[in-house]
Design a protein around this ligand. Structure first.
Ligand code: ASP
Length: 345
């Protein structure tokens, strides 16, 4: 990373509360965000701030992030890739509801190579009293200007989190994101205190997975719950998915004592459907075989996602298949630490 980089930071607006305005139908994304940012965030031009350049993407109009679908991840990645030489990093403005999914997908795609991609949003729209949008944007830009990281991160409030470790929690206006098993990569105050060791487990070879569109990849997510049975599982498999993220009980994985369910998992596995398990507990980790009831599911082909978040697990399976992985290689890579998203045991 070049400390005297005078290239701009690319800003990409996908929607979300950050740029919304009140309408008679409730909050809606607005199209004129660049002009409003220019007007409402004069600190953008303070000394030490990097130049910015707004970049169009071709994934459609700004959205409430509840309407984001995987094609947006790839459209964003393609846009970032196309501008990666001209920019020193990118800030993606996104709604908070699905921000951690998009951030995770971008972390696996690594479209900017060794340059940082920071995803941010806001809990209160720009221009409203007490809005956190200006501070989140300015802090994102400061992180890039400081050249402390080449990761895909989330900046919200005074923290930089690893995107593929973060998850949204409800109810905190200033800090809706937590990173339950990975300390924040940086604390953003008057200075930016980057903690290299917080991200220690990111492998050295961090080249991303090359995937340029969502292809026909379909990944489902299914929680384990009392009553989950073969019929429901088979209905999901029958919908044509290539992978299922099974949100497992914190210790017992799923109904491993239900022969029909185990057989259904084994049949799906034999057909090439990857069933990856992550824990329902936000700070949990899958431990296959710890309890005897999980062994039949492991034998049937359920692969452990370790301590990955649900967002990282879903995005990872999607990106792997979109990048052309076979079921065997998707299974192997799902369980392996690619971008710091899981802790090796
Ligand atoms: N509903 C909004 C969204 O995810 C919430 C937010 O941006 O905070 O787009």
């Amino acid at each position: 990373m070049n400390q005297r980089d005078d290239r701009p930071v690319g800003l990409i607006y996908t929607g979300g509360t950050f740029g919304m305005q009140q309408s008679d139908r409730g909050y809606e994304p607005s199209e004129d965000l660049p002009q409003r940012v220019e007007r409402d965030v004069p600190e953008l031009h303070a000394s030490g701030m990097p130049p910015i350049e707004w970049i169009e993407h071709d994934a459609g109009p700004p959205l409430n992030s509840s309407d984001v679908t995987p094609p947006l991840w790839y459209a964003l990645a393609n846009t970032i890739r196309a501008h990666a030489d001209r920019c020193r990093g990118f800030v993606v403005i996104h709604g908070t509801d699905t921000l951690a999914y998009t951030g995770s997908a971008l972390s696996f795609l690594q479209p900017a190579g060794n340059q940082p991609v920071i995803v941010t949003g806001a809990s209160r729209p720009l221009g409203e009293p007490g809005s956190d949008a200006p501070a989140n944007l300015l802090n994102s830009l400061r992180v890039i200007a400081a050249a402390v990281t080449s990761e895909t991160g989330i900046v919200f409030g005074d923290r930089l989190l690893r995107a593929n470790r973060a998850t949204k929690r409800h109810g905190s206006y200033t800090q809706p994101f937590v990173s339950p098993v990975c300390d924040p990569l940086a604390q953003i105050g008057e200075r930016i205190e980057y903690r290299a060791s917080a991200g220690g487990e990111r492998p050295a070879d961090t080249a991303g997975i090359r995937a340029t569109d969502a292809a026909d990849v379909r990944i489902a997510m299914l929680p384990a719950y009392p009553g989950l049975d073969a019929r429901t599982f088979n209905a999901v498999v029958g919908s044509g998915v290539q992978g299922i993220v099974l949100e497992a009980y914190p210790a017992g994985i799923g109904p491993g004592g239900d022969r029909a369910f185990v057989d259904a998992v084994a049949a799906a596995h034999a057909r090439g459907v990857v069933v990856g398990a992550v824990s329902q507990a936000r700070d949990g980790r899958i431990r296959m075989g710890r309890y005897a009831s999980s062994t039949p599911l492991a034998t049937a082909g359920v692969v452990s996602g370790g301590d990955m978040t649900r967002e990282a697990a879903l995005a990872k399976l999607h990106v792997l298949f979109a990048g052309g992985a076979t079921p065997e290689s998707a299974r192997e890579q799902f369980a392996r630490n690619l971008q710091g998203e899981l802790t090796d045991e």
